[in-house]
Each structure stands twice: as structure tokens, then as C-alpha cells.
Design a protein around this ligand. Sequence first.
Ligand SMILES: Nc1ncnc2c1ncn2[C@@H]1O[C@H](COP(=O)(O)OP(=O)(O)OP(=O)(O)O)[C@@H](O)[C@H]1O
Ligand SMILES: [Mg+2]
Length: 233
Amino acid sequence: MLKVENLNVYYGAIHAVKNVSFEVAQGEIVTLIGANGAGKSTILKTVSGLLRSKGGRISFMGEDISSTETYKLTQKGLSHVPEGRRIFQQLIVEENLEMGGYIQGKEKNRRTMGDVYQRFPRVKERKRQIAGTLSGGEQQMLALGRSMMSLPRLVMMDEPSMGLAPVLVQQIFDIIKELNKAGVTILLVEQNARMALSVAHRGYVLETGRIALEADAKKLLNNDEVKKAYLGG
Ligand SMILES: Nc1ncnc2c1ncn2[C@@H]1O[C@H](COP(=O)(O)OP(=O)(O)OP(=O)(O)O)[C@@H](O)[C@H]1O
Ligand SMILES: [Mg+2]
């Protein structure tokens, strides 16, 4: 579904992503794990068109999207939930969801919103609340809900569990599994490598901008180097 070949991304003189290639097949949960600064967010931003690679190629559903604008990618079914829950702080919860679904018609939007509220009852309870006043966990749920409003085929999530209490982390990962069961393909970036590998089918380990390892998630969970570097021994 997503094929990334030879990405090279620079911030001025800094070569942040070096010859990175990976694939995500339809129906998979694939995780990219790596230390702070390894280049995970840079890769997601490049796939979603916010940054550009020098050379290489990105294709989605067989189509070259290397130079496609971000909003067009959303229309094609590629959704990006960025790091740090970028919701519209000044708008109420329901307006945030409407923004996420603007590409659907009104009728369809209402139906999808019903689905989102069913999946996130906490978000529903707070639909008239100013989004910026939601708790961190509620904002993360709103960010995921807003992504669902565009009826994505592939969702790229950047650190969805960051800063959340363990019970909410578990809830977020349960939601990721449920979304995947409902047919959504997922590319998951996480610091919480243990949780990410426990829900994912496959994983890639990123070390200072390069892919160091690729394997089934179960294999990575049992890999000695991965254990030592990312799973606390
Ligand atoms: N706008 C920028 N200007 C300059 N350097 C940047 C910029 N954004 C990121 N970098 C650098 O690029 C490298 C990769 O950053 P990136 O945000 O992709 O890492 P990450 O793997 O997502 O890390 P984290 O787990 O901390 O979120 C880092 O060394 C970072 O300092
Ligand atoms: Mg990041």
C-alpha cells in the first residue's frame, strides 16, 4: 500500500534521513522504532508531503506521491496524526472533528462522527468543550478521532502514547488494534517500543537516520540488541 524508496531528507546541512526504504502492506500495522532524534517524525512528515526527499520515491496505492500536496494525500486516504496532538486549540471538540471530515459530504460526515463518538465516548461527552482545555489523553483521542473523520485507508501515527498514563496508553493501543481490525492500515512511530512491537505485525529499527533492522515484530521483541537498546534489557 505504501512503498518508500531511498528517502534522503536534509535540514540545511543536517542529513536527517539517509537512504531509508520501507513498505507497508494493506492490512498491516508496521512500526518504526528508534531513539530520540533518529528521524522517525521526519520520515512521517516526508511521506505526508510536509517535507521533501532529495531523490527517491514514495508511492501510495501504486501511485507516485513524491510531490503530491498534503491535502491531496488526505483525499486519497493517507492520514497523518502528528506528534504532540496538533488539534485546533481554540475550536470546540465537535468543530475539530468537522475539520477532519471536511472532504466528505455533510451527510457522510455526520455518520462518521457517530462512529467516532462511539469509539471515543470521552470525546462525545465533551463535544462542546474548547479543545485546548481537554486533558492530554482526551486531546490525543480527539486527534485520532479527527484523523478517522477523513475515512483513511492508511493512518500514520506519531507517538500516540506520549505523555499518557499507563491506563490511557493501553486504551490508545487497544484502539489502534481495533482500527486495524476494521480495515485501516497503520504506520506507527513510537518511543514505547515494547507496546508498539506488541501490536505491530512488522517493525523497522531506525538508528541515526538509517534503517538498521527489519523483521517480524515478535522477532524484534526477542532480539537481544533490540532488547538492550529499546526494551530496557
Ligand atoms: N526543523 C529542523 N531543523 C533542523 N534540524 C531538525 C529539524 N527537525 C528535526 N531536526 C533534526 O533531525 C533529526 C531527526 O529528527 P526527528 O524529529 O525526525 O527525530 P525523531 O526520531 O522523531 O525523534 P523523537 O523520538 O525525539 O521525536 C534530529 O537530529 C533533529 O534535531
Ligand atoms: Mg519524533
